[in-house]
Design a binder for this molecule. Structure first.
Ligand SMILES: Cc1ncc(C[n+]2csc(CCOP(=O)(O)OP(=O)(O)O)c2C)c(N)n1
Ligand SMILES: [Mg+2]
Length: 391
């Protein structure tokens, strides 16, 4: 009897894990026809499953960057341009939210730009990423259309998700961005499922999984590390350690020597990097993602950085001292990238022109978004659920 109960419990545990993983599978595969995918999703094998397009045809993407080796200055210019775009985008959206014209909550990633830009510039267009509640920068770094992202945050029909995802649930499958996520650590099982799906399809694409330092204290972190290690999945786990978990300094809630040691305890090797140095992040991400792509199993990147803003746009961040913020601002990743670009030979006037160009692009995009229509109410249930929606 005890033996039977134990077996039932093991089956239940496996079911719970598969439930999380299968969400990632759904998002990863273009045509879910593999019998293993189908059965993991609980599908009836005798009933055809509607295929689900997740990769759009290639379009000009931010992944198309000049070569690091042959044109170092042009390469740095592109990294800087992306970082600047994220910074201005975030600052613009925070201001718009405070002014009451942007709905929802806005979690700014200002101060953290070197992490998504450094990682995504090491990825291919067909590689996937998973994101967090602080996901605008992840999408923009992966190549999402600026106008589509802006319109989405304004809740407009022309947005990347038809205006129904908003800041915290924006996804853009056309560039492999599998979605922002309001559940801390929620992207981790999705990344594992996506990687497993890619493996089943015989693809050599990988999944870069972004999550915060707060996520390492949640159960899905351990489950994800373990699952990815056991199956040697092609995942690059990226811990974007911005020093805070919501309103709390993470050092007061996280035991032990840090995220990398936890990953290593599951046999997932990796590196710690200065998350404010975009070049260092890029190089580490390139090394680790190449190993994961070559079948070496999951890898881990611990990128130490700092969040300049409050947790959400309306948070004054009174829980930290001005001295701490000033120290962080002295290592502003954008200023560091700018200095590298100047050192690589781009004249100051050209950098200033680039700054103005980015600024103008974002203001134009915002002005456009303001004028666009909201989704029609008849669309309210479309793409939200496939059962119970009005005909
Ligand atoms: C499962 C879960 N618990 C709690 C929350 C509330 N919450 C939202 S963000 C956050 C902190 C996350 O910290 P971290 O992972 O470091 O990400 P950061 O906000 O620093 O980018 C918390 C606790 C949540 N969204 N999901
Ligand atoms: Mg954090």
């Amino acid at each position: 009897m005890r033996h039977l109960l134990h077996r039932r419990w093991r089956l239940h545990e496996a079911f719970v894990k598969i439930n999380g993983i299968k969400r990632g599978l759904w998002r990863a595969v273009d045509h879910i026809e593999h019998p293993v995918c189908l059965s993991l999703m609980g599908a009836r094998l005798d009933v055809p499953v509607a295929s689900r397009e997740v990769t759009a045809p290639p379009r000009p993407s931010l992944m198309q960057i000049p070569s690091h080796k042959t044109d170092h200055c042009a390469f740095l210019r592109e990294l800087y341009r992306r970082m600047k775009a994220i910074r201005v985008f975030e600052d613009t959206c925070v201001a718009a939210h405070k002014a009451g014209e942007m709905p929802g909550y806005i979690h700014s990633s200002a101060g953290q730009e070197a992490v998504p830009v450094g990682v995504c510039s090491a990825l291919r267009t067909d590689d996937r990423i998973t994101s967090t509640h602080r996901g605008h920068g992840h999408g923009l770094a992966k190549g999402s259309d600026l106008d589509g992202m802006m319109a989405e945050l304004y809740g407009k029909e022309a947005g990347l998700c038809g205006g129904k995802g908003g800041s915290m649930h924006v996804a853009d499958f056309s560039v492999g961005m599998l979605g922002a996520n309001g559940i801390v650590a929620g992207g981790i099982p999705i990344a594992c499922g996506a990687a497993q799906g890619l493996r089943l399809l015989g693809s050599d694409a990988i999944v870069a999984c972004f999550f915060g330092d707060g996520a390492v204290n949640r159960g899905p972190f351990l489950e994800g590390m373990n699952w990815a290690a056991i199956y040697k999945l092609p995942v690059l786990f990226v811990c974007e350690d911005n020093t805070f978990s919501a309103f709390t300094h993470s050092s007061t809630t996280t035991a032990g020597p840090g995220p990398l040691a936890r990953a290593e305890s599951c046999g997932v090797s990796g590196e710690r990097v200065d998350g404010n140095d975009v070049l260092a992040v890029h190089e580490a991400a390139l090394r680790l993602s190449s190993e994961a792509r070559a079948g070496g199993g999951p890898r881990f990147l611990w990128a130490k950085t700092y969040r300049f803003s409050g947790h959400v746009s309306v948070d004054p961040a009174a829980y930290r001292s001005q001295a701490d913020l000033d120290a962080a601002l002295a290592h502003d990743p954008l200023a560091l990238a700018r200095a590298k670009l100047a050192k690589a030979g781009l004249p100051e006037a050209d950098i200033a022109a680039l700054d103005s160009e980015v600024q103008a692009d974002i203001l134009r995009s915002q002005a456009r978004a303001r004028t666009l229509p909201y989704p029609h109410r008849a669309q309210a249930f479309m793409d939200v659920q496939d059962m119970g929606a009005p005909a």
